[in-house]
Ligand binder design. Structure first.
Ligand code: IPD
Ligand code: CA
Ligand code: CA
Ligand code: CA
Length: 262
């Protein structure tokens, strides 16, 4: 499929409307009883709601765009072995631990990619009703209002976010904690990348993220001049788990310098 045959604005409109529908479904289902299971360990939860939202999107995409493929966290990723053509990269609920424990602070995340390039990004905070979205080359938006391009900020004026446990894994983070203005932690990667895009955060770091955690946020971030790579500065593949760094362009350079010199 060639890019000119793709109507990115239509995909964004449709993805947004499905996302609002899915969010209403989540709100209904979270008020009923639902099963909660662990996946790899006690940190890693999945609920019936995560699965039903992935099925919801799988059905919609198959009907509307039979030529598109779905890489979703709750099972559909198993059929995807490359990013050829158009692939919807979906996290039906990003921040499942927040969803289960706090009933807030979680998002639906979608990145529509063509041959590995982001076309459309959606990150929707279901409870706060904040819709972050983007279309390639047309900017990024928060509830329909265009986000400003990021200006080059500085590490000593920045708010940085990562899960505190990562400090035990990589002591180089201590140097960043010392240099940054402050630390935050939200427990939902997609939202944290969207927060970098809108300037609420200046950087977000993780050591183990999957494509569905980052695809929507990275599409949005790119539209405002933000930078994303792995923690060492290498290009992201969107085909497996790995380390992750998203940041304001100025802060990104300082973080990589700190990482490589401490
Ligand atoms: C998780 C969240 C969390 C991050 C984990 C992710 P999930 O996604 O984004 O903030 O630290 O690495 O797996 O499982 O809630 O979709
Ligand atoms: Ca998960
Ligand atoms: Ca996730
Ligand atoms: Ca998830």
């Amino acid at each position: 499929m060639i890019e000119s045959s793709i109507n990115m604005n239509e995909i964004k409109e449709i993805a947004e409307s499905w996302t609002y529908e899915a969010a209403a479904k989540i709100k209904r289902e979270m008020n009923e009883s639902y099963s909660v299971d662990t996946k790899a360990d006690e940190h890693d939860l999945v609920t019936e709601v995560d699965k039903s939202i992935e099925t919801f999107f799988a059905d919609k995409i198959a009907k509307q765009y039979p030529g598109h493929r779905l890489m979703g966290e709750e099972g559909s990723f198993k059929d995807i072995h490359d990013l050829n053509g158009v692939v919807w990269i979906l996290d039906p609920i990003d921040g499942t631990v927040n969803f289960v424990h706090q009933r807030t602070g979680f998002a639906i995340s979608i990145g529509v990619y063509q041959n590995g390039e982001p076309l459309v990004g959606i990150v929707y905070d279901v409870i706060q009703d904040e819709m972050f979205s983007s279309v390639k080359g047309q900017g990024a938006f928060l509830n329909g209002v265009r986000l400003a391009d990021l200006y080059e900020s500085r590490l000593d004026r920045s708010l940085i976010s990562f899960n505190s446990g990562w400090v035990l894994q990589d002591r180089r983070l201590e140097a960043l904690i010392e240099q940054a203005r402050g630390m935050r932690s939200y427990g939902a990667a997609a939202l944290e990348i969207a927060y970098v895009a809108c300037g609420r955060l200046d950087a977000y770091i993780s050591f183990n993220l999957a494509p569905w955690d980052i695809a929507g946020g990275c599409a949005i971030l790119r539209e405002v001049g933000g930078v994303a790579s792995d923690y060492e500065g290498k290009e992201l593949s969107f085909m497996g788990k790995g380390t992750f760094l998203a940041a304001n362009p100025g802060v990104y350079k300082e973080i990589l310098h700190t990482v490589h010199t401490s």
